[in-house]
Ligand binder design. Structure first.
Ligand code: NAD
Length: 468
């Protein structure tokens, strides 16, 4: 697939300098596409288009904006299978998971915003004040590659519903699904300039957007390091900033838990999308009294995650996203072993082509080890022992991150007490399902702001009080 244009002001336009970049299939290392690589000169027209479209778009009734989003939902829903296949090709997510999550989740989230409009209070009375929720303005949405369409929709849908206009800068590794979104926006006939897309290197396009005086808000999902740089750039014009950053979440299995289920679900969570999930429970915390049993169960569960072609129906573990990512994950495994971790699953032969990493379980990891502190973003699980609930909470909170986590116990009130003490933006008890309308976001260096549901819509609104 060759797509060398940018989507600006409702049309496909040639970048100022006609650069392109290649798109690789990480399972085969074949080049499967070529897309535009814009320069900072392309940012100005995109921001101007978004500014120009803002007055009319923000002036529409929210229900009218929601009906445009509903049109977009129908178009994307029609292309659901193609979306899943595209993400499998450019990212390596096994097709079954890609169908359910890479295509299914963004559709659920988009639908949730269409449905929210009637229930959301865009104004309220407080005493003699009329309090209005008004759109922030032009939003730069900068997104990563691991759940590419979901991360784009989780920003674009609430931003547009709020009345903001958007310049999207998608991740370099997964641009093909971003082009599918822009095509769908075009087909949905959103007014020109309401949604714009500029593909290119983060250090160039992302930086230009974060520092641009015509951008009112940056909504960023990605690494903590880049999030910090964006905050600094955005400060120059006091932009609103929402950051969804990295994680190193703890799966706390208490001594009265159903160990077999807790370990099986925990391993599945850690290896979802080849471990490239910001919320992955990458630290499994187990009481000393049940430690060896848990390690054996984790190793056996990991053995069922043999790597394979992500297009094959039975595959649960595809490649990681790139050669660079693979090298980084393997280096982390080596560091873990050099710090004394015990390899209980992993190693072995791998396909000669493709950026594969074996499902790896490291036992006897100490809470301060590198593999317990750094986000590895690959299929690597660290198993850490603890003595009692108090120590489990201390170890779980011994992280600069605080995105997600889990607690398992036969006693829900005990699990709730531990969950309440975890310094993280979300916690799942006994494998409770992901809630796509619950607030999603981080404590500590996992970020600021919330996505999804009405909390996600709040982010794109500012508040005005009129006294009368
Ligand atoms: P990344 O930070 O390298 O890139 C994210 C986006 O920022 C990309 O579009 C990239 O092009 C752009 N970018 C890169 N350098 C930039 C710069 N200097 N200025 C502005 N923009 C720049 O992250 P990634 O490798 O694409 O994604 C993986 C990271 O994202 C992991 O740390 C993961 O935990 C995090 N993540 C967080 C969440 C969440 O919701 N909290 C969700 C998914 C991923």
């Amino acid at each position: 697939m060759k797509r060398t244009k940018l989507y600006i002001g409702g049309e496909w336009v040639q970048p100022v300098d006609a650069g392109t970049s290649a798109v690789e299939n990480p399972a085969t290392e074949e080049i499967i596409g070529e897309v535009a690589a814009a320069t900072s000169a392309d940012v100005e027209p995109a921001v101007q288009a978004a500014r120009g479209a803002f007055p009319a778009w923000s002036g529409l009734a929210p229900a009218e904006r929601a009906s445009r989003l509903e049109r977009l939902w129908h178009i994307l829903d029609r292309r659901r299978e193609e979306i899943a296949r595209t993400v499998t090709l450019e990212l390596g997510t096994p097709l079954k998971t890609a169908t359910a999550i890479q295509a299914g989740l963004p559709l659920t989230v988009l639908r949730s915003y269409v449905d929210l409009v009637g229930a959301y209070a865009f104004s309220e009375e407080i005493g003699h004040s009329l309090v209005l929720k008004e759109p922030v303005g032009v939003v730069a949405a900068i997104t990563p590659w691991n759940y590419p369409l979901h991360q784009m929709i989780a920003k674009v849908a609430p931003a547009l519903l709020a009345g903001c206009t958007v310049v999207l800068k998608p991740a370099e590794l997964t641009p093909l699904v971003a082009y599918m979104l822009a095509d769908a926006v075009h087909e949905a006939e959103l007014p020109a300039g309401v949604f714009n897309m500029v593909c290119g290197p983060g250090a160039v396009i992302g930086t230009a957007l974060a520092g641009h005086p015509g951008v009112d808000m940056v909504s960023f999902t990605g690494s903590t390091e880049v999030g910090k740089q964006i905050s600094v750039l955005a400060a120059s014009t006091v932009k609103k900033v929402a950051l969804e950053l990295g994680g190193k979440s703890a799966n706390v299995i208490l001594d009265d838990a159903d160990l077999v289920t807790a370990v099986k679900v925990g391993v599945g969570n850690a290896f979802l999308n080849a471990g490239q999930t910001c919320t992955a429970w990458t630290r499994m915390l187990v009481p000393h009294s049940r430690y060896e049993e848990a390690v054996e169960l984790a190793a056996a569960a990991a053995g069922k995650y043999a790597v394979g072609d992500p297009m094959c129906a039975g595959t649960r573990l595809g490649p990681v996203s790139s050669a660079r990512q693979r090298a980084s994950v393997l280096a982390h495994i080596d560091t873990g072993l050099s710090q004394g971790a015990r390899l209980v699953a992993g190693g072995g032969d791998l396909p000669s082509r493709g950026h594969y990493v074996p499902a790896t379980v490291l036992a006897d990891v100490k809470p301060d080890d590198v593999v317990a502190q750094e986000e590895i973003f690959g299929p690597v699980l660290a198993v850490i022992p603890f003595s009692d609930d108090e120590e489990a909470v201390t170890i779980a909170n011994n992280s600069r991150y605080g995105l997600s986590g889990a607690v398992w116990s036969g006693d829900e009130s005990r699990a709730l007490a531990v969950a309440g003490r975890l310094q993280s933006g979300s916690v799942d008890i006994n494998g409770a399902a992901f809630n796509p309308v619950a607030p999603f976001g981080g404590y500590k260096q996992s970020g600021t702001g919330r996505e999804l549901g009405r909390y996600g819509l709040d982010e794109f609104l500012q508040t005005k009080a009129i006294q009368r």
